[in-house]
Design a protein around this ligand. Sequence first.
Ligand SMILES: C[S@@+](CC[C@H](N)C(=O)[O-])C[C@H]1O[C@@H](n2cnc3c(N)ncnc32)[C@H](O)[C@@H]1O
Length: 280
Amino acid sequence: MSVDLSLRALLGDSSLPQNEARILLAFVLEKHYQLPRSALLSRDDMTLHPAALDEWLDLESRRIAGEPIAYLVGIKGFHAIELQVAPGVLIPRPETELLVDIALEEIERLHGNAHILDLGTGSGSIALALAHAAPQALLIATDQSTEALAIAKLNAQKLKLADRVQFRQGDWYEALDTHEQFDVILSNPPYIRSLDPHLSQGDLRFEPSSALTDFGNGLSCLEIIISGVDPYLKAGGFIAVEHGFDQSSAVVQFMKNVGFKDIQVHLDLAGHKRSVSGRK
Ligand SMILES: C[S@@+](CC[C@H](N)C(=O)[O-])C[C@H]1O[C@@H](n2cnc3c(N)ncnc32)[C@H](O)[C@@H]1O
């Protein structure tokens, strides 16, 4: 009796949720046959050649073991761009698009001509989404991780944004020259407290811990960034940071401590407090 190895059978027999199985099988079809995702339906009786079949089986078992889909396919959509991602860099989250939208409002207020800093850029997500959406903006993006910066630079080149986004390595503001000042400073720093059980669950198990946690109470990076921001912001400059769902009041207090005005709490689409902004 011959085994049915058609696309239809591979999907039907997979123990993965169907949407995940479809993403991974579409990835294999694109990579090995340059076929679009629609081939999952239009050519569902097709069988894979051995190398493609092996890749499907490998991806399927790694996903069953918990590896994030974005790492398996190497791509994640964020705001209006697509980013390459790999273990060693945080997978950009939809919540962080809120920070991009908050920044875009400020950039519009500045008629597009803004000098922007993204602290802890990871894959380059925030800086590159802004560079894409605001063609006159100039950006500096920092990270302390060599691996993250290598991926961020690759993303900048692929998106043809490398002429407007500079990358620097270092511990928060130490990556900058002392005289540098910005109109807008943004950060989505590590803010999960070290004992949070989520760190050992789901996708987070596969992401770099230095991108997720401050190895303390969750607030230390936010405090360092806000308490140290003054010399790097122009007069009237704007800062916005992402934080955890229960950290809003602490972050508001950090902004008050540096004497910032117009402090605003921003809600994500689910109605959770996820970002705070303030003005020098
Ligand atoms: C939560 S991730 C955010 C990545 C990206 N901005 C995003 O939103 O997808 C935090 C980033 O901060 C970086 N980071 C952690 N500690 C840092 C430090 N002391 N100085 C600079 N970057 C740091 C991590 O390497 C990581 O890339």
